[in-house]
Structures are given as structure tokens and as C-alpha cells.
Design a protein around this ligand. Sequence first.
Ligand SMILES: [Fe+2]
Ligand SMILES: [Fe+2]
Length: 195
Amino acid sequence: MSSVPSAGPGAKSQPFLSDVKELRRRAREHIAQGAVTPGYHADLDTVVKLLNEALATEIVCTLRYRRHYFMARGIHGEGVAAEFLQHAQDEQQHADQIAARIVQLGGEPNFAPEGLATRSHAEYVEGDTLEDMIKEDLVAERIAIDSYKEMVLYLGENDPTTRRMLEEILAKEEEHADDLANLLQDIGRQDLRHR
Ligand SMILES: [Fe+2]
Ligand SMILES: [Fe+2]
């Protein structure tokens, strides 16, 4: 396969890129804006606000998974705890990626504990039993999945870098939800066997 992009319909009438001189001229304008060039088409304030909500969601999910990791008890506790810890680490990594992107866009990541739970889309629910914990984590993942999907649609072609980052995170959240659904099934099956 050739790596040269094929010319699509209308390629003749439309130049593939802006005139190079024009690109160079625009790049020299507003250099203090770093990665944000005049070719950035999304509404920056809205994107930074959405990313800060996503950041809060990831922090709340990290905290909830860590709580669950330390509280996991019982015959299934060990295996489930390992899964909780892995998820906590993944959510922490997502939070870091999102915070870094906010800064790249010229915004400020909001790590303030005050209002964290309100900014977050997912909730912090402790859960009394192992099964409750898994269920609450699954609910939180499903909330994250839907909110990331909406953000991806909102960004469209206007900020492909942020969109790609969120798509990667979204894929991980879907994996998390699948892990949790499987854990719930396993626990249900083994409980039946122990009756
Ligand atoms: Fe996450
Ligand atoms: Fe997740």
C-alpha cells in the first residue's frame, strides 16, 4: 500500500493544502497561542470546559476505584481488587492525558477538590458489598462512555487531536465496562454453585 493519499473527488478543483506561503504566514501570527493556530475551528472555551468535566470524571473514577480496591473483601475479593487497581491506574492516566491537552489548548486544568463531584459526570458511590461496588463502577463507566461519545460527536473535524484522544479513552472505558460485566456474571455463577 502506498502511503500517498489518493486524490478524492473534487481534488482537482480544491488544493490539498492551503498555499504554503499562507500557512507559513499564519503560523507566525499569535505564536504565544502555541498549538492553537488559526486553523483551529472549535470553540476553545467550550472545549476546555468539556475537558475539565472529563478531568473531574476521571479523578472521581480514580478515587472510587481506589476506595473499592482497598475495600474488596470475600472469596472473590482478591481477583476483583486487582481489576479495581488496574482501572484506577487507567483512569489516572486518562486524567493526566486530559490535563495535558487542556494546557496545550491554553486552558488550565481544574484539580480543585471543591465542586469536583459536581463537575464530574460519574458519581462517587462507595457500595456496601463487592457486587454493589462492581455495579456502581459499571454504571459510572456507562455514564463515561455516553459522555465521551457526545464529546467526540461535538468535536467532529473541528479539533481532531482532542477527538482522537477522547476516542482512545472511550475505547478503554468500553473495555472497563466489559470487564465489570464479566466480573458480575462470574460472581453470580459462583454464588449459585455455593448455594
Ligand atoms: Fe477513564
Ligand atoms: Fe473506566
